[in-house]
Design a protein around this ligand. Structure first.
Ligand code: GLV
Length: 319
């Protein structure tokens, strides 16, 4: 029997699955586990099931000890994990791709609609108690039909977002490290372009690339200036892909029309320059936040953990 430390609250079904074979020490606090408590608890663990809010670095791996075999992130993004440090220590790192694809694409589409149709503004207006009535020119937004969606990072979530946008009548262009399945590109009528062209021609730019040194501030002042002044930016990937201060200033100056953000550069803080703006929709990292999706993510993390602890290849290895 191995010792599995779970760093935060996860759906019970996943804990039950882990408990059938192992001793499970799961953090149950309403607040995130503090760093000190985390370092104390991981000592002697064979597996760590981590949430994206916890930093899994060399210090933590060393605090766990040389018996540690697996770090199973309950997220598809793994910028919270120092993967080379895991590899150096022979620790397998895993993530949860696939199971959150549709839920995250739903939120991307939700933000595209909310930003272009000014749903947040309308909601705030009604709740403020201000007088309003239907008007020919009242809160006019921008239609999606016939417009171009530029997808940055055409993996599973990018493709699922493109599929939805196509149903809304949008044309798809994408920028991606690798070519996608030609069948999928044909089905979506999607054209691969470089980032400069994508920024110049898109009416909505939606970010779906992983975060790392190569994508830090991928969208900054220069890229925002290259977008159409009528365009929108949507980020459901990771906050630091966008220079949030530059975005706040571009939105304030009308360099772009609007934005929809599910993720933030210094989460959970939000750049103060964004908070007072009407032309940005802000939601608190809800991409995978459905009961079904979070359960599937936790179950996949449990499967990854159980496989590595049984010396098998896990379903979703990173290294
Ligand atoms: C959520 O942000 C994830 O990476 O799964």
């Amino acid at each position: 029997m191995s010792r599995v430390v779970v760093t935060g609250r996860v759906p019970e079904a996943a804990l039950e699955k882990l408990r059938t074979e192992h001793e499970v020490d799961a953090w149950k606090g309403p607040e995130s586990i503090g760093r000190e408590e985390l370092l104390r608890r991981v000592a002697g663990a064979d597996a760590v099931v981590s949430l994206l809010t916890e930093r899994i670095d060399a210090e933590l791996l060393d605090a766990a000890g040389p018996q540690l075999k697996v770090v199973a992130n309950v997220a598809v993004g793994y910028d919270n994990i120092d993967v080379p440090a895991c590899t150096e220590r022979g620790v397998v790192a895993t993530n949860t791709p696939g199971v959150l694809t549709e839920a995250t694409a739903d939120i991307a589409l939700g933000l595209i609609l909310s930003a272009t149709r000014r749903l947040g503004e309308g909601e705030r207006l009604i709740r403020s108690g201000q007088d309003w009535k239907w008007g020919m020119f009242f809160l006019l937004g921008s239609s999606l039909q016939g417009k171009t969606l530029g997808i940055v990072g055409m993996g599973g979530i990018g493709q699922a977002t493109a599929r939805r946008a196509k149903a809304f009548g949008m044309e798809i262009v994408y920028q991606s490290r690798s070519e996608i399945d030609p069948g999928v590109a044909a089905e979506l009528g999607a054209r691969r372009v470089d980032l400069d062209e994508l920024l110049a021609i898109s009416d909505v730019v939606s970010l779906h690339c992983p975060y790392g040194p190569a994508t830090h501030h991928l969208v900054g002042a220069e890229q925002l200036a290259a977008m159409k002044s009528s365009a929108y930016l949507v980020n459901t990937a990771r906050g630091p892909i966008v220079d949030e201060a530059a975005l706040a200033s571009a939105l304030r100056q009308g360099k772009i029309a609007g934005a929809g953000l599910d993720v933030f550069e210094n989460e959970p803080s939000v750049h103060p320059g964004l908070l007072g703006l009407e032309n940005v929709v802000l939601v608190p990292h809800l991409g995978s936040a459905t009961v079904e999706t979070r359960t599937a993510m936790a179950m996949l993390a449990a499967d990854n953990t159980l496989a590595v602890l049984s010396d098998e290849r896990p379903p979703a290895p990173i290294n």
